[in-house]
Design a protein around this ligand. Sequence first.
Ligand code: C2E
Ligand code: MG
Length: 743
Amino acid sequence: MNEELEDLLWRIRLDGEEIAERRRFLDWDEADARRLNGAAARLASSQQAFVERLYAHLGQFSVPSALLDNPQLVERLKHSQGDYYRRLWIGPFDEDYVRGRLRVGMIHQRVGVALKWYLGAYCLYLNDMLAELFAGHPERELFASLLKAVFFDMTLAIDTYGAAQIRALEDSEARFARALRGANDGIWDWHIGLDRLYVSERWASMLGLSRDAIGETSASWFGRVHPDDLPGLRQAIDAHLQGRTEFLHHQYRIRHHDGEYLWVLARGVAEVVDGRALRMAGSQTDISARKRVEERLEHAARHDPLTGLANRTRLDEQLQRLLQRKDRGVPREAALLFIDLDRFKLINDSLGHTVGDRVLVEVAQRLNRCLRPGDQLFRFGGDEFIVLLDGMSCVGDAERVAQRILEQLHQPLELDERTLVVSASIGIAPLREHGKTLDALRAADLALYRAKEAGKAQFARYSEDLQVTVRRRLELESALGQALGRREFELHYQPICSLDRDPPELFCVEALLRWRQDERLVSPQEFIPALEESGGIVEVGTWVLREACRQVRAWQLRGQPQLRCAVNISSRQLQQAGFVPQLIDILQETGLPSTSLILEITESLLMQDDAMTQVSLRELADLGIQLALDDFGTGYAALGYLARFPLHILKVDKSFIGGSPHDGELSAIARAIIGLGRNLRMEVVADGIERAEQLAFVAGEGCHYAQGYWFSRPRSATEMDRLLEVADFSGVGRAAQVLGDRP
Ligand code: C2E
Ligand code: MG
């Protein structure tokens, strides 16, 4: 009640100044108080009698009589009414008096006594006093009538003011309600001192409740807030109440009737009087939909859409977090696995990106299966994945995980009717070594490089000397750029023999590129990939073609007219628009007949299946040049390609020959490939023949030609000259034996 009274005083601004002004207007002075005081005792009994009359009079009207049906209540009211009349005469008319009047007014208003009864009672009282003081006065009746008329008018004036206020309030409420409906926000109003909470219908319905179902204290609000969010909300409210924030503006979760939590935004402002917050009011907006979008965006920024795995951004964050945590001395090992699929480009190029994507998704799932709870998997990009291992007792644990991954990935992968075998190389690096933080990503990348270099499908661990290897690789790349200008390239030639005759006869030589670097002869396996990557292969390849054609033409003129020349061609060469005209120039320039030239291409080149490749191959075939498909069986080629392109020769890859004839499975594949080539009317070359039984096997299967250390290793042109002399233009096998090539 007191709080409410204060509130009322503040609202009607009834301070000392206002009270004084009201008195001044009524010409009230001390003499008035003295006069009333002096007459108080004289009128006491007649006032008491008036109280009785008043209640009897009120009983004649239905509304007040309904309010006065309780005799005890009536007695209490009569008593306080009497008190009031006494006080009216004796005063003092101070602040306490004013508060007393306001309090009584509030009670009357609250129990439902309308103003007309309230003011009417004053008029009756004055009339009664008039009769008492001016009994027998000739004008008494007249003044009584005037009083009635004036009081009647007073009720009308008050009604007019009240109605105007009510209308303004209703208008503003209607406007407010419309705005609220438009904003779809809930409204709350919290009287802090009284802990009385008002919430709007919308506030409640947001939580699946009706307004009646929500209690009237703040507990019914805070009790629904998510336990994790409650301290934050309280802090935000306190910060505002203490004047540290201009508004309350806070997001938190609140429980819906169905048990789920909604995200809401509460906005509000406190009403502060004399530095004291009396109440706070504001709105509440359901922001769950926006939060969901934010969460989706947040997720998208940190995840790969194809596999659903966390991405590089997330990896950076996690690495950072892990390093910071380790800095505080948690004694567990953490390591990073850098996983790269072997030859994934081949799958993409030959089977298309849709298949490539499906392979990546399957790989992601397999990787996930290899991990323990707490390990984290990321897609780093393309065919690269990262695993972050934490909480290991030693870095050796990481090797066991890597081994598991290699085994899992190597299981055949069924895609529709296709079975693929993929493998991966893995680089392992600890997050710290010798107490120092490593750039683990770079270190694992170096280790990966080592695993690839060592033959792929394996893992390698980071070590400091890897840095040296990498430096070498960089140096190699830079030296390679200058090798052609410095005339450091040379060609070696390896015989390919015809098996139609016994002993086999020299049919062709394959030109194989070598790089002489500081007395060291670098193998093409070491530098061709780097040349392919830099594009340098185009220029070097042109040199190879010209040099090989020139050399073989020279041998032809020196008594080997039937000798053919096989040259390896990279796909980048063939994709050059001017490749065919340039080749025609080289043939003319060197004098090598086009029918003496064999170009060796790989499966992956065919799989690109672009118009330019098709046209170039057709033009080459029309020129009489023969096309050989190299390393057959190692790619993912669909066999349909064999018929689509003008291919003349099939080279069975040495990986199938190596195990023959003892390895049943490999022999079966070699046999099938040879049979396939023959049935397609292609000439078949078996590559990598190292032993007599291998030769016997491929010859028995009907292979037309063979190449391998059994006959001769690749030799320099000078050595080849000697071989040709000794061999007497045939019987290369015998010649190699003489020259000590054969084991
Ligand atoms: P390739 O075209 O399959 O060449 C055959 C490779 O097998 C050669 O390796 C050869 O030395 C090796 N080889 C031959 N017989 C045997 C054998 O009995 N046992 C074993 N273990 N290996 C044998 P090399 O010379 O190291 O060449 C490797 C690859 O580099 C070539 O494979 C070819 O793809 C590429 N290459 C070589 N020269 C050139 C070139 O001028 N241009 C292009 N684009 N690629 C080239
Ligand atoms: Mg070749």
